[in-house]
Design a protein around this ligand. Sequence first.
Ligand code: URA
Length: 236
Amino acid sequence: MGKVIDPFWAAVASFGADQILVLPEWIQRKIEVEQTIIPEGITGEMALLEKEISGCMKCDLGSTRKNIVFGEGNSEAGILIVGEGPGATEDETGKPFVGKSGKLLDKIFASIGLGREKLFIANIVKCRPPNNRAPSPSESEICGKYLQRQIEIMKPGIIVALGASAARTLLNTRTGIGLLRGDFHSYMGTPVLVTYHPAALLRSPALKRPVWEDMKKLKSFMEEAGLPRESKGNND
Ligand code: URA
C-alpha cells in the first residue's frame, strides 16, 4: 500500500499555501500530514499509524523537530530494534539511525547476519530532543504509546533495546543498564534483550566485547525462535 492521500490537503500542500499565508495551526498540521514522506517498507496498518502520527504536537518536541522519525524497515521479519530518539541527522532525513551511531549499529547487526532488510528500527520518541538530551519521562510516556501500537501491529518475536532510555521505558524500571544488559526481559509478553547503545560504544570502545556477547545470545535466541520470519512480500 502506498501513501494515503486526501486530495484536498495534498492540493493545498502542493500549492505552498503555508509558505505565503499565516494559516491556523490545524491547517498547518493537515499540510504536514500530506507532506510527510512515508519511509520505505511501511505498509498496511503501519502506514495508517504513520499517517496518524504525522503532525503530532502531543509534547513540546513537536515544536522543535524538522521531521518525525517514525521508524523503518521490515515489519514482518519479527525483529524490532528500539533506540532512544532521533539525533540531528535523523531529524534532517526522517530516518532512524543514519548518523555515526547508525553506521556502527549496521556493523553490529551485520556481524550476526542481520542487514537492515531483516530489521524494523524505531525509537522511544519520534521527534528529536533538543541538543541531543535524553527524552523526559513524560515525553517517553506520551510517545511510548505510539511505539506500543507499532509493537501491537508488528508482533515481533524479539525486541532489542539499545541503551538505558529504551530499556527503562520498555521495562518500566529504574534499574541501570549495567544490570539490565545481556539478559532477556519481557515487554507485554515479548522477549526484550537489552544491550548498550552504539553511541556508548563510540564513547567507550571497551563496551564492544559485552555487546558482542549480547549479539551471540541474540543469534542463538533467533535460531530457536525461527527468526527472522519469512517475509510475505509486503516490504519490498
Ligand atoms: N540514536 C537513537 O537512539 N536513535 C536514532 O535514531 C539515532 C541515534
